[in-house]
Write a protein of this length. Sequence first.
Length: 181
Amino acid sequence: MQLGMIGLGRMGGNIVRRLMKHGHTTVVYDKSEKAVADLAADGAAGAKALGDFVKKLTRPRTAWVMLPAGKITEETIEALARLMEQGDVIIDGGNTFWQDDVRRGKALKPRGIHYLDVGTSGGIWGIERGYCMMIGGEKAVVDRLDPIFKALGQGPQDVATGDQKMISNGAAPFEKTRRAL
């Protein structure tokens, strides 16, 4: 499955790397040409501009915006929406206030553009351990993109790896700690 990522900071870049590790294809865009070039060297398709980014995505397109909450996210989603078409999906994976996501979803619906709010946590360790995601949006769209979410989420192999690291550092695994509380 293909995903486009806008915002290649620590989390956005590592989300792309984890997806590629699980066999997905990616298109990447960021204001930092170096960030784009680094991921292109790892196998992603790099884009030099937002229009180029959208053209490189296969329909129905899925574009994930991983930027800080505020003006930059708002402007990027608005610009992206002008380039997207009916059936395409925009995902906000950042820390946007949920009511902004509800507003955006309602604004895009009449144009047939789907919108998902995917609050994502996992930091720089998510590439190895997986990400925790709170996914909001139309069930049919979420179901269609499930291979992406499964690749990003924690699986048994990730939890076991995390537990082993915690044990080797002298900390108790989460489950044992939780029971002790």
